[in-house]
Write a protein that binds this ligand. Structure first.
Ligand code: UFG
Length: 338
């Protein structure tokens, strides 16, 4: 029988590609399954790439028939809160129905270990901060609901089919690989840090501050930014954790510290040495004032500790990647927001 591989759905995307790289560096054989709709072929530099779509149950079945899959890391999903409010059914089809196809194929092939890419969006409007894993899950948009539904299906597979699964609920994933080889490349880009870096390059009209009248230290929203390589490390630990655990577990992956939009902009100005044009705009629908995650449980049970998630490390690595992205774009002829 062929050597066992770790299946990484969505491994051509932002977080999946960093996890693929880290697993490969640790000597694991990886298999990326990605439709490349939002992922990038250039990011699959490690392991094998199979182009395919989780929404197609036949393709998923063939994937499991053709490869000796031991563990699944499931990233493939749509992940724009705003878009999810315009096209909810697409989110349920991709994020929920796609997960059903994956779970069925796992069951049919006796693949029982799963690490799931979830989000703090499952909590909705948070009460007490930092948010703990036992906080009520009451998402406020279809994206968050699609992640919660997937979590619930996975929990049921653990309860009734003997699965073992870890759900990792990310706060604000940010930064790039320390050598600047892979990083954040979205179309369209809606996330704060890459948009501020775009503005630092003098592109676009500058940064829009989406609300400066929140009940926070400077009136702008506070978020818990977590470095993508710290996230990758948590995935490797979660996979090891499955060996000795049972059932379903969920962990928040946050830094435990919050930074406001204005703090992010001023850190980018300091690190890049460039002045950022900005304007104060109206609030964006659905933005909570403050989201900070407690990572006590991940620290205690996974032995995980963010080491790159100081705001400066996040921005330095994101800046290095951003400059490389310009070169990549010049080479591939694609525009930066592709
Ligand atoms: N922001 C601006 N200007 C911009 C873009 C963002 O001021 O041009 C602000 C937002 O209002 C927010 C903060 O910067 O307060 C961070 O915004 P991001 O879009 O970078 O990230 P979000 O906090 O909205 O989104 C994150 C994850 C989602 C997750 C969501 C949960 O990216 O996957 O948190 O609320 F679902």
């Amino acid at each position: 029988m062929a050597e066992e591989v770790i299946l990484i759905t969505g491994g051509a995307g932002y977080i999946g590609s960093h996890v693929n790289r880290m697993l490969s560096a640790k000597g694991y054989r990886t298999l990326v399954f990605d439709n490349l709709e939002r992922g990038h072929r250039e990011f699959v530099r490690w392991g094998l790439l199979v182009e395919g779509d989780l929404r197609d149950a036949g393709q998923v079945r063939s994937l499991f028939a053709e490869h000796n899959i031991g563990t699944v890391m499931h990233f493939a999903a749509y992940a724009y809160v705003g878009e999810s409010m315009i096209k909810p059914s697409e989110y349920y089809r991709n994020n929920v129905a796609g997960t059903v196809n994956l779970l069925n194929a796992m069951l049919e092939n006796g693949v029982m270990h799963l690490v799931f890419s979830s989000s703090c969006a499952v909590y909705g409007h948070a009460g007490a901060q930092p948010i703990r894993e036992d906080h009520t899950r009451r998402p406020v948009n279809p994206y968050g609901r699609s992640k919660l539904m997937a979590e619930q299906m996975i929990e049921d597979c653990c309860r009734f089919h003997g699965f073992k699964a870890v759900s990792l609920r990310y706060f604000n994933a940010a930064g790039a690989s320390c050598d600047g080889i892979i990083g954040e490349w979205h179309d369209p880009e809606t996330h704060l840090i890459p948009l501020v870096l775009e503005a630092a390059c003098g592109r676009g009209p500058g940064v829009q501050i989406l609300g400066a009248d929140y009940p926070t230290r400077d009136g702008t929203c506070v978020r818990d930014y977590i470095h993508v390589e710290d996230l990758a490390d948590a995935h490797c630990r979660a996979m090891d954790y499955l060996d000795d655990s049972s059932g379903f577990s969920a962990f928040n992956l946050g830094n435990g510290n919050g930074y406001s939009v204005l703090q992010v902009i001023s850190a980018v100005e300091r690190i890049t040495g460039r002045k950022i044009e900005m304007e104060i705009c109206d609030r964006r629908d659905g933005d909570p004032a403050c989201l900070i995650g407690s990572h006590d449980k991940a620290r205690e049970q996974l032995g995980w500790k963010p080491v790159l998630s100081e705001l400066d490390s996040i921005i330095e690595t994101a800046w290095k990647w951003h400059l490389n992205l310009d070169k990549l774009v010049a080479k591939t002829g694609r525009n930066t927001s592709q």
